[in-house]
Design a protein around this ligand. Structure first.
Ligand SMILES: [Zn+2]
Length: 188
């Protein structure tokens, strides 16, 4: 890919530049990779939509780790383990039609409540069964989980399992109409 000429100075070339940003987040400093195009003559910066998207994903991933939430890749693994498609997972857990596409790409940070639901479904088969039975999944979708139910009562001591509770909105979070979480940046 050849470098484009800078439109600002008409002399330099726009070069891909990678940096590590130190981002203040709650009581931590996150080290987040970001990329942009920078003119090698006048120094001006151009942030394409593609780089902006990548940078946003890297930032969300770092924030999820800092918050102790499942990162997108882990959510994908749990979903696949549970034999759910992205759209089935969105019906089962809520969060809007494209919720799991966004969670798995780290485009969106899931709420603590959503995170707890996903972890519980992963770790407590009986709870997953309950969710499926209560869901609006189609009959054919529900059918494919029948086999998963068979061994649920064997040798499982639920007292050893993480307790099931759903946190109410904690004060640092605010969800929008779709249930997506909006993290408030702390202004220094
Ligand atoms: Zn320039």
């Amino acid at each position: 890919m050849s470098n484009r000429t800078c439109e600002m100075c008409d002399q330099g070339l726009l070069i891909k530049t990678n940096v590590i940003d130190n981002v203040d987040f709650k009581d931590k400093v996150l080290r987040v990779h970001s990329a942009f195009l920078q003119c090698n003559f006048c120094g001006c910066i151009e942030l394409s939509d593609e780089y902006a998207k990548q940078n946003n994903r890297a930032l969300n991933l770092a924030k999820k780790e800092a918050l102790g939430l499942l990162v997108g890749e882990k959510i994908r693994l749990v979903r696949e383990k549970l034999n759910l498609t992205q759209s089935e997972a969105s019906i089962l857990f809520g969060g809007g039609k494209l919720a799991f596409t966004k969670y798995e790409h780290d485009d969106v940070i899931q709420s603590k409540a959503m995170n707890t639901l996903i972890e519980a479904a992963d770790q407590v088969p009986e709870f997953f069964k309950y969710l499926v039975s209560k869901s609006e999944l189609s009959a054919s979708s529900k059918e494919k989980f029948q086999d998963n139910y068979v061994d649920i009562h064997l040798n499982v001591d639920y007292r050893e399992r993480p307790s099931l509770y759903v946190m109410s909105n904690s004060h640092n979070f605010e969800t929008d109409a779709n249930g997506y979480i909006e993290l408030k940046e702390e202004v220094a």
